[in-house]
Design a protein around this ligand. Structure first.
Ligand SMILES: Nc1ncnc2c1ncn2[C@@H]1O[C@H](COP(=O)(O)OP(=O)(O)OP(=O)(O)O)[C@@H](O)[C@H]1O
Ligand SMILES: [Mg+2]
Length: 300
């Protein structure tokens, strides 16, 4: 089942389509990286999905139900743009207030749990306005995690974070996804970070979804390969060409496509008297794939 499914979702601002007939599919259990240039419609889409904005037309289903179903609200954690916190309140009190408003069973325990998850436990006594940008982002994430939602919608959650902050958020999201089965829709311009965690991608341009793809499919489609240099390339080619798509290179060495176990290639060659001197995996980066898609493909 899809955690999020939109059908022809459209939003206009003063006659201009900010989101244009979007058909998006976020499978349950996915970390779905939502990518697009500034102004392409990511935040607008996320606001509609989370009920912060009404669509002009089209529909949204969450776990097969219309997104307006009030029971769904408690299941969704949201961080879109600035986290809504009271500047003069301490982080702890602000979160406690939210926990009470959500009618959580063990508010104190729950607040402590989410602060610990984003490693903000030590700064909980600080006033929100005295927190740095990176801290505020993490507090926003903590707030989104209150009540253990099964779906998280996060708009640029790593914006303004330093390397350590990014790592903490990355680890938190991975933990929630893998250990607690939380589905995550996350938009970000920091592709190198998304590349490390996303299982699926959606690429949007001027309100239109250009592409939806699984991370594993991206690698297949992009022709990822392994490049090897051996003690006897001609013999290696003979041995490998019956099992792999194999291309000898002009400057020496061989490219192999469709390899999923490098060690088996090495040992197979070794058993047949050929030693591997160099082996390099060429994997397309998300950035390359994204740039290629954005510049080459017309909206579908
Ligand atoms: N409240 C609004 N009123 C008028 N126009 C808006 C409003 N919100 C968004 N827009 C316009 O809709 C388009 C999509 O904006 P949106 O914020 O969804 O883009 P985005 O993909 O999130 O961009 P960014 O990467 O900069 O965050 C833009 O052209 C923007 O100017
Ligand atoms: Mg945005």
């Amino acid at each position: 089942m899809y955690a999020i499914e939109t059908h022809e979702l459209t939003k206009t601002f003063r006659g201009t389509r900010a989101v244009n007939a979007l058909n998006m599919h976020v499978p349950e259990g996915a970390i779905y990286g939502f990518l697009g240039e500034n102004g392409s419609g990511k935040s607008t889409t996320e606001k509609m999905i989370t009920g912060l904005m009404n669509p002009k037309s089209g529909s949204i289903k969450l776990y097969g139900k219309p997104h307006t179903d009030p029971k769904l609200r408690a299941e969704i954690g949201v961080l879109i743009e600035a986290p809504g916190c009271f500047p003069k309140m301490t982080v702890y009190d602000d979160l406690m207030m939210q926990a009470y408003a959500m009618n959580l069973r063990n508010p104190k325990q729950e607040v402590e749990r989410v602060l610990k998850l984003v490693r903000m436990g030590g700064s909980a006594g600080r006033k929100f306005r005295e927190c740095s940008l990176g801290m505020k982002q993490r507090i926003g994430l903590a707030k989104a995690l209150l009540g253990r939602p099964k779906l998280l919608v996060l708009d640029e959650p790593i914006n303004g974070l330093d390397a350590d902050g990014m790592r903490i958020v990355r680890e938190t999201l991975t933990y929630l996804n893998q250990e607690e089965g939380v589905t995550i829709l996350v938009s970000s311009h920091i592709l190198s970070e998304l590349d490390k965690i996303a299982t699926h991608y959606g690429i949007i341009k001027r309100g239109k979804l250009l592409r939806e793809i699984k991370a594993s499919q991206m690698s297949e489609e992009s022709g990822d390969y392994v490049a090897i240099k051996t003690s006897d390339d001609r013999r290696a080619f003979e041995l490998l060409s019956c099992n792999f798509e194999t291309h000898p290179q002009k400057d020496g060495g061989i490219r192999l496509y469709g390899v999923d176990d490098n060690a088996r290639v090495t040992s197979y060659l070794y058993q047949n008297g050929v030693t591997v001197g160099e082996m390099v995996n060429r994997r397309i980066s998300l950035e390359e794939y994204y740039t290629r898609t954005i510049s080459a493909k017309e909206a579908v």
